[in-house]
Design a protein around this ligand. Structure first.
Ligand SMILES: [Zn+2]
Length: 82
């Protein structure tokens, strides 16, 4: 990448969301859409959301939930025994 000229401007990868209709356009933070192709709103209604990496992925949480389910089953069986 040779962006020597725009070096002081940080360009983030992410997506622009139309605050009027929810339309999402992926693109860098320095390229605000001119207008929304969905509802024709001006570019000023777009808000930029930076991409998050792995942190945003909650696959790990899912596994924890499965473990929790197992514990719950055990408790239930125990109660049934009485
Ligand atoms: Zn829109």
């Amino acid at each position: 990448m040779s962006l020597s000229k725009a070096r002081d401007v940080e360009v983030l990868e992410g997506e622009w969301e139309c605050m009027d209709c929810g339309y999402i356009e992926e693109g860098p933070s320095n390229r605000r859409p001119k207008r929304c192709p969905e509802c024709n709103a001006p570019g000023s209604v777009f808000e930029f959301f930076e991409y998050e990496d792995e942190d945003w992925n909650d696959d790990d949480d899912f596994e924890e939930y499965e473990d929790f389910d197992d514990d719950f089953d055990d408790d239930y069986d125990y109660d049934d025994d009485e």
